[in-house]
Ligand binder design. Structure first.
Ligand code: PLP
Length: 396
Protein backbone atom coordinates (compact mmCIF):
# COMPACT_ATOMS: atom_id res chain seq x y z
CA UNK A 1 0.00 0.00 0.00
CA UNK A 2 1.27 3.49 -0.73
CA UNK A 3 0.97 6.47 1.64
CA UNK A 4 -2.24 7.73 0.07
CA UNK A 5 -4.00 4.35 0.33
CA UNK A 6 -2.94 3.98 3.96
CA UNK A 7 -3.98 7.53 4.81
CA UNK A 8 -7.29 7.09 3.00
CA UNK A 9 -8.20 3.95 4.98
CA UNK A 10 -7.15 5.45 8.33
CA UNK A 11 -9.00 8.68 7.61
CA UNK A 12 -12.19 6.78 6.78
CA UNK A 13 -12.13 4.58 9.86
CA UNK A 14 -10.43 6.61 12.58
CA UNK A 15 -12.43 7.53 15.69
CA UNK A 16 -11.68 11.09 14.72
CA UNK A 17 -9.64 12.07 17.78
CA UNK A 18 -6.33 12.24 15.90
CA UNK A 19 -5.32 14.79 13.25
CA UNK A 20 -3.70 12.49 10.68
CA UNK A 21 -0.37 13.47 9.14
CA UNK A 22 0.16 12.82 5.42
CA UNK A 23 2.92 10.32 6.17
CA UNK A 24 2.88 6.57 6.85
CA UNK A 25 5.80 4.87 8.55
CA UNK A 26 6.53 1.19 8.18
CA UNK A 27 9.90 0.56 9.76
CA UNK A 28 12.32 2.05 12.26
CA UNK A 29 15.89 1.51 13.47
CA UNK A 30 17.62 3.65 16.08
CA UNK A 31 16.54 7.26 15.44
CA UNK A 32 15.56 6.55 11.82
CA UNK A 33 12.06 5.90 10.47
CA UNK A 34 11.24 4.82 6.91
CA UNK A 35 7.97 5.77 5.25
CA UNK A 36 5.95 3.55 2.96
CA UNK A 37 7.85 4.90 -0.07
CA UNK A 38 11.18 4.01 1.54
CA UNK A 39 12.13 7.61 2.40
CA UNK A 40 14.31 8.05 5.49
CA UNK A 41 13.25 10.39 8.33
CA UNK A 42 15.05 11.47 11.48
CA UNK A 43 12.74 10.84 14.43
CA UNK A 44 13.05 13.58 17.05
CA UNK A 45 9.73 12.66 18.67
CA UNK A 46 10.37 9.04 19.75
CA UNK A 47 6.64 8.31 19.37
CA UNK A 48 5.92 11.02 22.00
CA UNK A 49 8.89 10.13 24.16
CA UNK A 50 8.60 6.34 24.08
CA UNK A 51 11.54 5.21 21.94
CA UNK A 52 14.38 6.24 24.30
CA UNK A 53 16.27 3.11 23.19
CA UNK A 54 15.63 3.85 19.53
CA UNK A 55 13.28 1.90 17.28
CA UNK A 56 13.44 -1.90 17.10
CA UNK A 57 16.30 -2.31 19.55
CA UNK A 58 17.58 -5.84 18.81
CA UNK A 59 17.84 -6.84 22.49
CA UNK A 60 14.25 -5.77 23.21
CA UNK A 61 13.02 -7.39 19.99
CA UNK A 62 14.75 -10.66 20.92
CA UNK A 63 13.34 -10.61 24.46
CA UNK A 64 9.82 -10.01 23.11
CA UNK A 65 10.15 -12.78 20.53
CA UNK A 66 11.41 -15.27 23.10
CA UNK A 67 8.74 -14.41 25.68
CA UNK A 68 5.97 -14.40 23.03
CA UNK A 69 6.76 -18.07 22.39
CA UNK A 70 6.88 -18.84 26.12
CA UNK A 71 4.04 -17.06 27.96
CA UNK A 72 2.31 -13.83 26.92
CA UNK A 73 -0.33 -13.32 29.56
CA UNK A 74 -0.76 -14.17 33.23
CA UNK A 75 -2.89 -12.31 35.77
CA UNK A 76 -0.85 -10.84 38.59
CA UNK A 77 -2.32 -13.08 41.28
CA UNK A 78 -0.14 -15.86 39.80
CA UNK A 79 3.59 -15.14 40.24
CA UNK A 80 5.87 -15.39 37.19
CA UNK A 81 9.65 -15.51 36.75
CA UNK A 82 9.90 -12.48 34.40
CA UNK A 83 7.58 -10.35 36.54
CA UNK A 84 9.46 -11.25 39.72
CA UNK A 85 12.77 -10.33 38.06
CA UNK A 86 11.34 -7.01 36.86
CA UNK A 87 9.90 -6.20 40.29
CA UNK A 88 13.26 -6.97 41.89
CA UNK A 89 15.04 -4.77 39.35
CA UNK A 90 12.65 -1.82 39.40
CA UNK A 91 12.63 -1.59 43.17
CA UNK A 92 16.40 -1.04 43.16
CA UNK A 93 16.07 2.09 41.00
CA UNK A 94 14.96 4.61 43.65
CA UNK A 95 15.97 4.17 47.31
CA UNK A 96 12.93 3.53 49.51
CA UNK A 97 10.51 2.83 46.66
CA UNK A 98 10.40 -0.90 47.20
CA UNK A 99 6.96 -1.89 45.91
CA UNK A 100 5.62 -1.65 42.38
CA UNK A 101 2.19 -1.67 40.70
CA UNK A 102 2.08 -2.55 36.99
CA UNK A 103 -0.33 -1.15 34.43
CA UNK A 104 -0.29 -0.34 30.71
CA UNK A 105 0.10 3.40 30.19
CA UNK A 106 1.03 6.72 31.73
CA UNK A 107 -2.51 7.76 32.51
CA UNK A 108 -3.15 4.45 34.26
CA UNK A 109 -0.06 4.90 36.41
CA UNK A 110 -1.30 8.37 37.44
CA UNK A 111 -4.81 7.01 38.03
CA UNK A 112 -3.38 4.30 40.30
CA UNK A 113 -1.19 6.78 42.21
CA UNK A 114 -4.18 9.07 42.82
CA UNK A 115 -6.29 6.17 44.10
CA UNK A 116 -3.43 4.93 46.31
CA UNK A 117 -3.07 8.44 47.77
CA UNK A 118 -6.75 8.60 48.73
CA UNK A 119 -6.68 5.08 50.13
CA UNK A 120 -3.52 5.70 52.10
CA UNK A 121 -4.41 9.06 53.63
CA UNK A 122 -8.21 8.84 53.89
CA UNK A 123 -8.21 12.36 52.40
CA UNK A 124 -9.81 13.40 49.13
CA UNK A 125 -8.06 16.46 47.72
CA UNK A 126 -5.21 16.72 45.25
CA UNK A 127 -3.02 19.72 44.48
CA UNK A 128 -1.71 19.78 40.91
CA UNK A 129 0.10 22.42 38.90
CA UNK A 130 -0.81 24.84 36.14
CA UNK A 131 0.51 23.72 32.73
CA UNK A 132 0.75 20.19 34.16
CA UNK A 133 -0.20 17.20 32.01
CA UNK A 134 -0.91 13.79 33.54
CA UNK A 135 -3.10 11.92 31.05
CA UNK A 136 -6.64 11.67 29.76
CA UNK A 137 -8.57 9.30 32.04
CA UNK A 138 -10.84 11.08 34.50
CA UNK A 139 -8.49 11.20 37.51
CA UNK A 140 -5.40 12.06 35.47
CA UNK A 141 -7.42 14.56 33.43
CA UNK A 142 -8.60 16.20 36.66
CA UNK A 143 -4.92 16.71 37.55
CA UNK A 144 -4.23 18.06 34.04
CA UNK A 145 -4.58 21.81 33.81
CA UNK A 146 -5.01 22.86 30.18
CA UNK A 147 -8.63 23.54 29.17
CA UNK A 148 -7.89 22.07 25.75
CA UNK A 149 -7.82 18.57 27.27
CA UNK A 150 -10.61 19.12 29.83
CA UNK A 151 -13.23 20.80 27.64
CA UNK A 152 -16.33 18.69 27.08
CA UNK A 153 -15.57 16.26 29.92
CA UNK A 154 -16.62 18.22 32.96
CA UNK A 155 -17.62 17.64 35.68
CA UNK A 156 -14.29 15.99 36.44
CA UNK A 157 -13.26 14.39 39.74
CA UNK A 158 -13.91 16.81 42.63
CA UNK A 159 -11.20 18.00 45.02
CA UNK A 160 -8.49 18.97 42.52
CA UNK A 161 -6.86 22.40 42.58
CA UNK A 162 -4.07 23.84 40.41
CA UNK A 163 -1.31 26.14 41.59
CA UNK A 164 1.29 28.00 39.50
CA UNK A 165 4.29 25.72 38.86
CA UNK A 166 7.51 26.73 40.60
CA UNK A 167 5.67 28.93 43.11
CA UNK A 168 6.46 27.57 46.56
CA UNK A 169 4.25 30.09 48.37
CA UNK A 170 1.21 29.05 46.34
CA UNK A 171 1.91 25.39 47.07
CA UNK A 172 2.21 26.13 50.76
CA UNK A 173 -1.19 27.84 50.76
CA UNK A 174 -2.88 25.09 48.76
CA UNK A 175 -1.88 22.07 50.87
CA UNK A 176 -4.38 21.60 53.71
CA UNK A 177 -5.26 18.78 56.08
CA UNK A 178 -7.67 17.57 53.38
CA UNK A 179 -4.86 17.14 50.86
CA UNK A 180 -4.20 13.51 49.96
CA UNK A 181 -1.42 14.33 47.50
CA UNK A 182 0.51 16.85 45.50
CA UNK A 183 1.21 15.73 41.93
CA UNK A 184 3.80 17.33 39.66
CA UNK A 185 6.25 16.69 36.84
CA UNK A 186 9.97 17.39 37.49
CA UNK A 187 10.11 18.92 34.00
CA UNK A 188 6.73 19.85 32.57
CA UNK A 189 6.58 18.23 29.15
CA UNK A 190 3.33 18.81 27.29
CA UNK A 191 2.99 22.15 29.09
CA UNK A 192 6.05 23.55 27.27
CA UNK A 193 9.25 21.92 28.64
CA UNK A 194 9.61 23.82 31.92
CA UNK A 195 12.10 22.32 34.41
CA UNK A 196 11.37 22.70 38.13
CA UNK A 197 13.29 25.65 39.59
CA UNK A 198 16.54 24.50 41.16
CA UNK A 199 16.09 20.96 39.82
CA UNK A 200 19.83 20.31 39.94
CA UNK A 201 20.23 21.73 43.45
CA UNK A 202 19.19 20.55 46.89
CA UNK A 203 17.09 23.64 47.58
CA UNK A 204 14.66 23.80 44.70
CA UNK A 205 10.94 23.48 44.05
CA UNK A 206 10.92 19.69 44.40
CA UNK A 207 12.53 19.82 47.86
CA UNK A 208 9.99 22.43 48.95
CA UNK A 209 7.15 20.21 47.71
CA UNK A 210 8.68 17.22 49.51
CA UNK A 211 9.04 19.10 52.79
CA UNK A 212 5.55 20.60 52.65
CA UNK A 213 3.95 17.21 51.91
CA UNK A 214 5.86 15.50 54.73
CA UNK A 215 5.00 18.26 57.20
CA UNK A 216 1.28 18.20 56.36
CA UNK A 217 0.68 14.46 55.98
CA UNK A 218 0.10 14.59 52.21
CA UNK A 219 1.81 12.25 49.76
CA UNK A 220 4.10 13.48 46.98
CA UNK A 221 3.38 11.98 43.56
CA UNK A 222 6.04 12.68 40.94
CA UNK A 223 5.00 12.00 37.36
CA UNK A 224 8.06 10.85 35.40
CA UNK A 225 6.07 9.38 32.53
CA UNK A 226 7.89 11.67 30.07
CA UNK A 227 11.10 12.41 31.99
CA UNK A 228 11.93 8.86 33.12
CA UNK A 229 14.44 6.29 31.89
CA UNK A 230 17.32 8.56 30.97
CA UNK A 231 15.50 11.29 29.07
CA UNK A 232 16.84 14.19 31.21
CA UNK A 233 20.36 12.81 31.69
CA UNK A 234 19.65 10.66 34.78
CA UNK A 235 17.62 7.46 35.08
CA UNK A 236 14.92 9.63 36.69
CA UNK A 237 14.80 13.43 36.78
CA UNK A 238 14.32 13.38 40.58
CA UNK A 239 17.94 12.18 40.84
CA UNK A 240 19.09 15.67 39.83
CA UNK A 241 17.66 16.93 43.12
CA UNK A 242 17.81 13.90 45.42
CA UNK A 243 14.10 14.16 46.23
CA UNK A 244 12.30 10.86 46.83
CA UNK A 245 8.53 10.98 46.29
CA UNK A 246 6.03 8.61 47.89
CA UNK A 247 4.67 7.54 44.51
CA UNK A 248 6.61 7.67 41.23
CA UNK A 249 4.62 7.29 37.99
CA UNK A 250 6.43 5.86 34.96
CA UNK A 251 5.49 4.50 31.54
CA UNK A 252 6.52 5.44 27.96
CA UNK A 253 9.96 3.85 27.38
CA UNK A 254 9.85 1.43 30.33
CA UNK A 255 9.30 -1.60 28.09
CA UNK A 256 11.28 -0.36 25.08
CA UNK A 257 8.09 0.53 23.19
CA UNK A 258 5.58 -2.07 24.39
CA UNK A 259 2.69 -0.66 26.46
CA UNK A 260 3.71 -0.76 30.13
CA UNK A 261 3.23 1.68 32.98
CA UNK A 262 4.13 1.36 36.63
CA UNK A 263 3.93 3.10 39.97
CA UNK A 264 6.91 2.79 42.31
CA UNK A 265 5.66 2.98 45.89
CA UNK A 266 7.31 4.19 49.11
CA UNK A 267 6.87 3.14 52.73
CA UNK A 268 4.44 5.94 53.66
CA UNK A 269 1.80 4.55 51.28
CA UNK A 270 -0.61 2.37 53.26
CA UNK A 271 -3.75 0.27 52.86
CA UNK A 272 -2.85 -1.34 49.52
CA UNK A 273 -4.73 -4.55 50.21
CA UNK A 274 -5.86 -7.32 47.79
CA UNK A 275 -8.69 -6.12 45.57
CA UNK A 276 -8.09 -2.41 46.20
CA UNK A 277 -6.93 -1.89 42.60
CA UNK A 278 -5.89 -4.03 39.65
CA UNK A 279 -5.28 -4.43 35.94
CA UNK A 280 -5.97 -7.41 33.65
CA UNK A 281 -2.95 -6.84 31.44
CA UNK A 282 -0.82 -4.98 34.00
CA UNK A 283 1.74 -7.60 35.00
CA UNK A 284 1.78 -9.55 31.73
CA UNK A 285 5.03 -11.49 31.26
CA UNK A 286 5.50 -10.22 27.67
CA UNK A 287 5.83 -6.57 28.73
CA UNK A 288 7.84 -7.67 31.80
CA UNK A 289 10.39 -9.43 29.57
CA UNK A 290 10.55 -6.39 27.29
CA UNK A 291 11.02 -4.06 30.28
CA UNK A 292 13.77 -6.23 31.75
CA UNK A 293 15.62 -6.11 28.42
CA UNK A 294 15.02 -2.36 28.07
CA UNK A 295 16.34 -1.61 31.57
CA UNK A 296 19.42 -3.70 30.87
CA UNK A 297 20.05 -1.73 27.65
CA UNK A 298 19.48 1.61 29.43
CA UNK A 299 22.15 0.63 31.97
CA UNK A 300 24.69 -1.15 29.77
CA UNK A 301 24.58 1.50 27.03
CA UNK A 302 24.51 4.25 29.70
CA UNK A 303 21.58 5.99 27.99
CA UNK A 304 21.19 8.56 30.81
CA UNK A 305 24.85 9.56 30.35
CA UNK A 306 24.37 9.65 26.58
CA UNK A 307 21.32 11.90 27.01
CA UNK A 308 23.28 14.27 29.26
CA UNK A 309 26.21 14.60 26.83
CA UNK A 310 24.20 14.69 23.62
CA UNK A 311 21.67 17.04 25.20
CA UNK A 312 24.42 19.50 26.18
CA UNK A 313 25.89 19.24 22.64
CA UNK A 314 22.54 19.87 20.97
CA UNK A 315 21.56 22.64 23.38
CA UNK A 316 24.78 24.52 22.62
CA UNK A 317 24.13 24.25 18.88
CA UNK A 318 20.53 25.42 19.26
CA UNK A 319 21.49 28.33 21.51
CA UNK A 320 24.01 29.43 18.86
CA UNK A 321 21.26 29.75 16.23
CA UNK A 322 20.54 33.38 15.39
CA UNK A 323 16.81 33.54 14.74
CA UNK A 324 14.29 36.36 15.01
CA UNK A 325 11.54 33.96 16.13
CA UNK A 326 13.23 32.23 19.09
CA UNK A 327 12.17 33.54 22.51
CA UNK A 328 13.85 30.98 24.78
CA UNK A 329 15.52 27.55 24.71
CA UNK A 330 14.86 25.30 27.73
CA UNK A 331 15.28 21.71 28.78
CA UNK A 332 17.41 18.99 30.29
CA UNK A 333 19.25 16.16 28.57
CA UNK A 334 17.43 15.21 25.39
CA UNK A 335 14.19 16.91 26.40
CA UNK A 336 14.42 20.31 24.75
CA UNK A 337 11.86 23.04 24.14
CA UNK A 338 12.40 25.97 21.80
CA UNK A 339 9.85 28.66 22.63
CA UNK A 340 8.97 30.78 19.63
CA UNK A 341 7.47 34.25 19.40
CA UNK A 342 4.84 32.86 17.07
CA UNK A 343 2.83 29.69 16.39
CA UNK A 344 4.95 26.57 16.13
CA UNK A 345 2.93 24.42 13.69
CA UNK A 346 4.48 25.86 10.48
CA UNK A 347 7.96 25.15 11.86
CA UNK A 348 7.09 21.54 12.73
CA UNK A 349 5.79 21.23 9.16
CA UNK A 350 8.91 22.82 7.69
CA UNK A 351 11.06 20.30 9.60
CA UNK A 352 8.84 17.50 8.32
CA UNK A 353 9.45 18.71 4.76
CA UNK A 354 13.15 18.28 5.56
CA UNK A 355 12.39 14.76 6.80
CA UNK A 356 12.70 15.47 10.49
CA UNK A 357 9.87 14.58 12.88
CA UNK A 358 9.53 16.98 15.82
CA UNK A 359 6.73 17.79 18.25
CA UNK A 360 5.00 20.85 19.55
CA UNK A 361 4.21 21.54 23.20
CA UNK A 362 1.27 23.92 23.21
CA UNK A 363 0.95 26.68 20.62
CA UNK A 364 4.45 28.13 20.61
CA UNK A 365 6.98 25.55 21.80
CA UNK A 366 8.91 23.28 19.44
CA UNK A 367 9.69 20.13 21.41
CA UNK A 368 12.54 17.71 20.70
CA UNK A 369 12.48 14.24 22.27
CA UNK A 370 14.86 12.23 20.08
CA UNK A 371 15.83 8.63 20.90
CA UNK A 372 18.76 8.73 23.33
CA UNK A 373 20.75 6.60 20.86
CA UNK A 374 20.63 9.37 18.23
CA UNK A 375 24.11 9.80 16.69
CA UNK A 376 26.19 12.99 16.67
CA UNK A 377 25.87 13.11 12.86
CA UNK A 378 22.11 13.02 13.26
CA UNK A 379 22.28 15.78 15.90
CA UNK A 380 24.32 17.89 13.47
CA UNK A 381 21.72 17.30 10.77
CA UNK A 382 18.97 18.34 13.18
CA UNK A 383 20.87 21.50 14.22
CA UNK A 384 21.45 22.48 10.55
CA UNK A 385 17.76 21.96 9.74
CA UNK A 386 16.71 23.98 12.80
CA UNK A 387 19.00 26.83 11.78
CA UNK A 388 17.43 26.86 8.34
CA UNK A 389 13.83 26.47 9.47
CA UNK A 390 14.02 29.01 12.31
CA UNK A 391 15.14 31.57 9.77
CA UNK A 392 12.33 30.99 7.29
CA UNK A 393 9.59 33.53 6.98
CA UNK A 394 6.60 31.23 7.42
CA UNK A 395 2.89 31.90 7.12
CA UNK A 396 1.05 31.51 10.42
N1 PLP B 1 2.04 12.01 32.33
C1 PLP B 1 2.90 12.70 31.57
C2 PLP B 1 3.91 13.60 32.22
C3 PLP B 1 2.88 12.57 30.18
O1 PLP B 1 3.73 13.27 29.42
C4 PLP B 1 1.92 11.70 29.59
C5 PLP B 1 1.83 11.56 28.13
O2 PLP B 1 2.40 12.28 27.36
C6 PLP B 1 1.04 11.01 30.43
C7 PLP B 1 1.13 11.19 31.80
C8 PLP B 1 -0.01 10.09 29.86
O3 PLP B 1 0.60 8.95 29.33
P1 PLP B 1 -0.24 7.99 28.34
O4 PLP B 1 -0.44 8.72 27.07
O5 PLP B 1 0.66 6.78 28.21
O6 PLP B 1 -1.50 7.66 29.03
Amino acid sequence: MDTYQILDIESQHTSGVYAKQPLAFERGQGATLWDSEGNEYLDCSSGHGVANLGHAHPKVAAAIAEQAGTLITLFETFPNDKRAALMAKMTTLVPGLDRVFFCNSGTESVEAALKFARLSTGRTNVVATMRGFHGRTFGALSATHNKKYRAGFEPLVPGFSHVPYNNIGALEKAITDETAAVILEPVQGEGGVYPADGLCTTEGYLQAARELCSARGALLIVDEVQTGFGRTGKMFAIEHSGVIPDLLCVAKSLAGGLPRGAVLIGGAVKNLVPGAHGSTFGGNPLACAAALAALEVIETENLPGQAAEKGAYLMEKIRAIQSPVVREVRGMGLMIGIELKQKVTPYVKALQERRIIALNAGMTVLRLLPPLVITYEQLDRLARALDEVLNLSVEE
